[in-house]
Each structure stands twice: as C-alpha cells, then as structure tokens.
Ligand binder design. Sequence first.
Ligand SMILES: [Zn+2]
Length: 204
Amino acid sequence: MTISSKTAARVPLTGGAGAFNIHRPPLLHCTNCGTRIERLVPPGDGRERAVCPACGGIHYENPKMVVGCIPVYEERILLCKRAIEPRYGYWTLPAGFMENGETTAQGAERETVEEAGATVVDLQAFALLDVPHVDQVHMYYRARLDSLEFAPGEESLETRLYAEHEIPWRDLAFRTVTETLKLFFEDRKKGSFGFHTVPLFAPR
Ligand SMILES: [Zn+2]
C-alpha cells in the first residue's frame, strides 16, 4: 500500500471503525497561498467549505477512493500481514489509495504488486463499499493470481495463501476486508459471483 507517507499526518479514529481507520484532519491553510482557512458556506452552496479569505480559493474536500484485489489461486486467497499502522500485524487484502491518472483496476493491480509482489489477471469488479464516517469508498476486484510468485512488499510483513477454513477472521485488519471476503465465499458457494454495494457505518 502506498498510504504510509500520506497517512503520517492523519489522525487515527478510535473505536475500531473500519476502512483504513484513518480520517483526514481539516485543512488549515490555503494550498494556493498559505493563508489560514475560514469555514463558511459560499454563496450558492449548501455546505460549509474551506474558503481562503485572501485568494478566494474554495477547497472542496471529497471522499478518497481505495482500490484492491481478492487474489485467487485455485481455491485459495492471498492475504498480506500489514507492516504499517494502522492495524500493524493484522491481515488484509492488498489495497490502497487510488492514484491520479489510473483506472480503479490499474490501481488494484498496482497495489497487489506493491504489497504482495504478485501479478493478477482477469480482474472482475466485485464489491463497492461506502465508508462515509471516514470519507472513503472502497472498490474490490476478484482477480486470478497467474503464478505462485509472491512476496511481501515494503508495507507487508508476510504474504500467504489461505483456504476458506484458514482465514484469520479475528485478525483481519478492516471491516471492509471482512465484508468483502464474506461476500466472496458466499458467492463462491452459490457458484456465481455478483457485484455488491455495501454501506458500512460507524459502529455504535
Ligand atoms: Zn489562498
């Protein structure tokens, strides 16, 4: 995952929320001119925005997209043990923040290379998970591992293939991963894979 440097300045949410368990702090200074931001509703808008009183810039803050894969080799799924916070030491599907200039599928492939040293093929859109309390949307693709060549990247401690009965459910890093894997195994039992949209809200 390429989120380590980007997340360094972020404040972790407490309470085991889900997603990457990360929230962006509010913007404090204008990214154009450095002036301290004011929060107000611009004319014609219905929401409070980060507005620069000096240059007039309006800094819209919108959800981040996280993309990842369910890499499948025969009956098994490739998981990565995280070498970074949040959720150091917990298992995850390879996923991370989408970069500008790439498609969601390219991002999912790239993250799988970066975190698991694995090449995937035959990507099929599988699950879209909304995580509004952390301002994120996660998209997972089913994908086929084209060989048994994989190795932990810089952000993983370990990578290994898990059969369904071996999945470390209690040691999964994020609710998004748990939900995606549950849906995957349910669909596999039925013998047909759908596309799932899943709203995940903050645990009460
Ligand atoms: Zn400004």
